[in-house]
Design a protein around this ligand. Structure first.
Ligand SMILES: N[C@@H](CCC(=O)N[C@@H](CS)C(=O)NCC(=O)O)C(=O)O
Length: 112
């Protein structure tokens, strides 16, 4: 079971769509960011930058795994479901909103 900490914004929708399309079992837990739920200590323990979406994957082999940042969540769900991610060796390039990291250099990870 995956706990999905959610509020209906585009970042929340991304993960909601992925959960539905991947077929993983989940339950949605509202985080009302208009009322300040994102600053509650129990939520900050999962998402320390006080942003939703976030998940806790209770079926992770090493114990419950919290994941925050929508891109990281999408990658985790793709790996868990075996869907929407190429298999084998691939290069994953992560960049900031302006196409680079905060230092101006694209960050490239090779995942095998
Ligand atoms: N880079 C983050 C952005 C998440 C984000 O900005 N979430 C907003 C709503 S869309 C939020 O939780 N804001 C609450 C706050 O800033 O206090 C991601 O992609 O998950």
């Amino acid at each position: 079971m995956i706990d999905f900490y959610y509020w209906p914004t585009p970042n929340g929708w991304k993960v909601a769509i992925m959960l539905e399309e991947s077929g993983l079992e989940y339950r949605a837990i509202p985080v009302n960011i208009g009322k300040g739920d994102q600053f509650k200590p129990e939520f900050l323990a999962i998402s320390p930058n006080n942003r939703m979406p976030a998940i806790v994957d209770h079926d992770f082999e090493d114990g419950p795994l919290p994941v925050f940042e929508s891109g990281a969540i999408l990658i985790h769900l793709a790996e868990r479901s075996g869907k929407f991610m190429p298999t084998g060796t691939y290069v994953l390039t992560i960049t900031g909103n302006n196409g680079s990291t905060s230092h101006g250099t694209p960050l490239t990870l090779t995942v095998q």
